[in-house]
Write a protein that binds this ligand. Structure first.
Ligand code: SAM
Ligand code: SF4
Ligand code: SF4
Length: 358
């Protein structure tokens, strides 16, 4: 899983028409870009207050990739096979002018002339305000995180007393402006919100939105992850299936991370993302760009490749493209596949999700 940092040559360029393949034969198809490492929530599983307190040193503004730099990287990635771009963070809607970035990215076209699928993952706190601007800027889809319908539990999880009602309202606003269907992400942590699984399923049935249950992951080094806190997707499906009969649905595309299920009575669809109990590294086609422009080839990578330094050093597009291709061709990450079932993998320098982009 170690990243290979080295020199690229023009022979590494992948825009020739043939897909960029890594050392395990996986194409580069999507990138997640963290547009800010800041967040107004302090979710206990992501940015615990004890670590991300008042004196936590977030990235200074000048360190962040500018919108022009992000768009340049995105354009080169799209020329090399990327079809999906997800803006994330931290809380991406806190990045000033986000609709402008969406507008810039939505101009991009694949070598075949197709539009690029642009999405945003958000905690929903500012979505009611920005949904319409984002839609007009060209955003197609939005994923909203919501871990519980119970205010006490939700507020204990976001740790800033943010109420459920505002997130639900944001989901409605997103639907009303045409960012629909909304995907709703629920991270399930045993003993904290797993009692809410069936209530959440019940709430979002018949709404047209797609609720996805995410296994609590051992990302970063601050969330105190233990395997015992993971609720396996199989258990989630069993609990839901006992109340609302469900059946599996084919994936929308090869390598889809969320396994799809639908209610047998036609009342909608859910998904499970089983990063811990059924890893999907074999089909992982995703790269991540950190808030300061480092490219990571895995959520659990310990080192990134500094593309911002190249860009600010005045490199040509061809050099950037060759570097991207070289990085991808040398990729062999498969952290989740290797993760021990009993304990987290030894890994001294883990990168926090808010920095690398969840
Ligand atoms: N702030 C935005 C949000 O919460 O939607 C975007 C960034 S957040 C890091 C992206 C997604 O990662 C969220 O759905 C969040 O619940 C999920 N996430 C964060 N930490 C996680 C963990 N340890 N295990 C599983 N999912 C996690
Ligand atoms: Fe913020 Fe999202 Fe992390 Fe929660 S999961 S602390 S909302 S970045
Ligand atoms: Fe992809 Fe790394 Fe996650 Fe495996 S562990 S699915 S390689 S990001």
């Amino acid at each position: 899983m170690a990243n290979v940092v080295g020199t690229a040559t023009t022979r590494d360029i992948g825009a020739s028409g043939s897909p960029l393949l890594d050392r395990r034969g996986r194409e580069l198809r999507d990138i997640r870009i963290s547009v800010t490492d800041r967040c107004n929530f302090r979710c206990v599983y992501c940015m615990p207050k004890q670590i991300f307190g008042r004196d936590y040193a977030f990235m200074p503004r000048e360190e962040l990739l500018t919108f022009e730099e992000i768009t340049r990287l995105a354009r080169i990635s799209v020329a090399n096979g990327v079809e999906k771009i997800r803006l994330t963070g931290g809380e991406p809607l806190l990045r000033k002018g986000l609709p402008d970035l969406v507008r810039m990215l939505s101009q991009l076209r694949t070598p075949q002339g197709a539009e690029v699928d642009i999405a945003v993952t958000t905690n929903g706190s500012a979505l009611a305000l920005l949904a319409s601007d984002l839609k007009h800027a060209g955003l197609k889809r939005v994923t909203v995180s919501l871990d519980s319908l119970d205010d006490e539990i939700f507020q204990a999880m976001n740790d800033v007393r943010f109420p459920v009602s505002k997130v639900l309202n944001a989901i409605d606003v997103a639907r009303d402006v045409g960012l629909w269907p909304v995907k709703v992400n629920m991270v399930v942590k045993r003993g904290l919100n797993d009692s809410d699984v069936v209530d959440m399923a019940s709430h979002f049935r018949n709404s047209g939105h797609i609720l996805r249950f995410i296994e609590f992951m051992d990302v970063g080094s601050t969330n105190g992850w233990e395997l015992a806190q993971v609720v396996p997707s199989a258990e989630i499906l069993e609990r839901i299936g006992a109340v609302f009969p469900i059946e599996p649905v084919d994936a929308n595309y090869p390598g889809e991370t969320s396994k799809r299920w639908r209610y047998k009575d036609g009342s909608g669809e859910i998904g499970v993302i089983s990063s811990v109990t059924q890893s999907f590294c074999h089909s992982c086609t995703r790269a991540r760009v950190s808030v300061d422009g480092k490219l990571y080839t895995c959520l659990f990578a310990t080192e990134g490749h500094d593309l911002r330094e190249m860009m600010r050093g005045g490199c040509e597009d061809e050099e950037l493209e060759a570097k991207l291709a070289w990085i991808w061709r040398n990729r062999q990450d498969r952290y989740s596949e290797l993760r021990s079932r009993n304990t987290r993998m030894p890994n001294a320098k883990r990168i926090e999700m808010s920095y690398i982009g969840g």
